[in-house]
Write a protein that binds this ligand. Structure first.
Ligand code: SAM
Length: 298
């Protein structure tokens, strides 16, 4: 048992053979052997994700993230490593545990604090990422529900909602949903609409769809940067992105599209109509509208 642990509120004493644990002994001890165990668990996770550019987490929170929370931080190793990845300490990582970790040094942007995640949370800042790892057995089912709800309430939204950026730009990306109605409003008649799904990548079994998927994959590979650049650098969230951030994002999207496990497609829609003859004007006869929802793949 370290001096640091002895210095904490006596209600929290919890070791193994050192006899410090009270009657409400919880599921795991908090002694050197357990802290070494957490360090080993951290290494396993790093080894298994060592082929990734970021082996610490997968959420694409971007470099604008400001606040990160690690619940049940254990020895604080994940929190410390994540804090180190933010140049100029641009994000703060808070590691929280019932027991203080035996660490003598941590980066300036890492805060390790003793608290009970099951109590009402008093953190003021909205978090960009909340991490929990190897928390098996830490909470009852009702407690898990409460913890997830608290996470939900305090988390920021993130990610790229290009639809939102486009809305901000006053150019919504919903033309395929509005075009039939707009065409009708302009006075066209005999409106036909057919919905399609365009595969992205060679994943369909059908030969023609596979071929279309291969070509569409190239279409996306070459198009994505151009489609995003203006929207994200002008209207990106929470603030406009730099070009470099867009490049990194597009590179990640490319990697996702290449993943053969994803069966990705895009929605497409074809609308055709005709201009009415003079004698049809003012009549309702030909104002029919046919929506064909039959899918391209059976
Ligand atoms: C198995 S360890 C995981 C350590 C760390 N997440 C890691 O991956 O290295 C579980 C940790 O959760 C902490 N814990 C359990 N209940 C907690 C609670 N209500 N509030 C804060 N921490 C808690 C325990 O003290 C322990 O350090």
């Amino acid at each position: 048992m370290t001096d640091q642990i002895i210095a904490v509120d006596t209600n929290l004493y919890q070791v193994r053979d050192g006899e410090y644990y009270p009657d409400d002994w919880q599921s795991v001890p908090s002694d050197d052997q357990m802290f070494e165990t957490y360090e080993a668990g951290h290494l396993v996770a790093l080894v298994l994700d060592s082929d990734r550019s970021n082996p610490l987490f997968r959420s694409p929170i971007g470099s604008n993230a400001k606040h990160i929370l690690d619940l049940g931080t254990g020895k604080g190793v994940w929190a410390i490593d994540v804090a180190d990845t933010f140049p100029n300490a641009s994000a703060t990582v808070r590691g929280v545990d019932l027991f203080p970790p035996p660490v003598s040094w941590m980066p300036p942007n890492c805060i390790l604090e003793v608290d009970d995640a099951l109590q009402e949370w008093t953190w003021r800042e909205p978090f960009d990422l909340i991490h929990m790892r190897i928390m098996i057995g830490s909470f009852t089912e009702t407690e898990w529900e409460r913890v997830y709800k608290q996470c939900y309430d305090i988390l920021n939204t993130w990610g790229v909602n290009t639809m939102e950026c486009a809305k901000k730009a006053g150019r919504e990306l919903n033309a395929i949903d509005t075009m039939a109605e707009n065409i009708r409003k302009a006075g066209f008649v005999d409106i036909h609409e057919k919905e399609h799904k365009w595969p992205i990548g060679p994943w369909p079994r059908d030969k023609k769809l596979k071929e279309a998927g291969v070509v569409n994959f190239q279409h996306w590979m070459s198009g994505m940067e151009g489609w995003c650049l203006w929207l994200l650098t002008k209207f990106g969230s929470p603030q406009p992105w730099t070009k470099e951030e867009v490049h990194v994002y597009v590179a990640k999207m490319r990697a996702e599209l290449k993943n053969p496990r994803h069966h990705i497609y895009q929605r497409a829609r074809r609308v055709w109509a005709r201009k009415p003859f003079a004698d049809e004007l003012g009549t309702e006869v030909k104002r029919s509208h046919r929506l064909d929802r039959t899918s391209d793949w059976g």
